[in-house]
Ligand binder design. Structure first.
Ligand code: ZN
Length: 235
């Protein structure tokens, strides 16, 4: 009996070492087994029931190289109301928050809660305005999410997703970690079917009178391959 138990433990340890599916220690296993966390799809080979059991508190984006801090992880309030987008959308707007930047998950989570409070309590919106935000820590923070109408770009909220860089980018650009995260997020949005593979990218100022996302960041995004130099955003 004891030797069988040892054998089983050895087998499990071996399986876990071989089948890690997230940097935080997620493990691929058949999803009828108990998971002391949450199951996530799309990260494990084999059948649909071979899924990634991730420890509670870990970050799953379902996309390689991309860390998404979920609403519950940064401590979001519940939205006052929710409207659904029709995905995939074909336009993405880039913003900046014009707040101080943040460089670790704790500080960025504090910043997220502050922005959400400002948008809900001072602006009177139903939730934080942006679809997603990105910190100088290289993490993506879930705002309204992939498939919800936001309050970010007047006239385009129901036909676009918005990614906002946390910081103020008039005279300098976000660091490499944030820029890499933004590119990974765009790729992830395509792979999940949330934006079209031929999506057009704009800065907030392309849709209205604002200096958002800052002179420096605006000049940078105009070098990105999906930036629309020839057209205008459409409603
Ligand atoms: Zn903006």
């Amino acid at each position: 009996m004891v030797s069988m138990w040892l054998c089983l433990v050895g087998l499990l340890a071996h399986t876990q070492a071989a089948d890690h599916c997230s940097p935080e220690g997620g493990v691929c296993q058949e999803d009828h087994h108990h998971c002391s966390g949450e199951y996530h799809s799309g990260l494990c080979p084999g059948g649909v029931h071979n899924r990634c059991c991730m420890p509670t508190g870990s970050h799953s984006s379902g996309c390689p190289g991309l860390t998404i801090v979920s609403r519950s992880q940064w401590g979001a309030r519940a939205p006052k109301s929710v409207s659904h987008l029709r995905n995939p959308v074909s336009q993405v707007f880039i913003h900046h928050t014009e707040t101080p930047a943040c460089f670790n998950e704790h500080d960025c989570s504090v910043r997220m809660r502050g922005i959400q409070n400002f948008h809900m309590d001072s602006r009177g919106w139903s939730d934080i305005g942006y679809s997603f935000l990105v910190g100088e820590d290289g993490r993506i923070y879930e705002g309204r999410g992939w498939d919800k109408v936001g309050a970010h770009t007047k006239g385009y909220n129901s036909v676009a997703l918005a990614l906002s860089f946390m910081g103020s980018y008039m005279t300098h650009n976000p660091g490499k970690a944030a820029l890499d995260a933004a590119q990974a997020w765009l790729g992830c949005a395509i792979s999940k079917g949330m934006i079209t593979s031929s999506y057009k990218l704009y800065g907030h100022r392309d849709a209205g009178s604002t200096d958002c996302p800052g002179d420096s960041l605006y000049a940078l995004i105009r070098t990105w391959s999906h930036y629309d130099h020839h057209g205008k955003p459409h409603h």
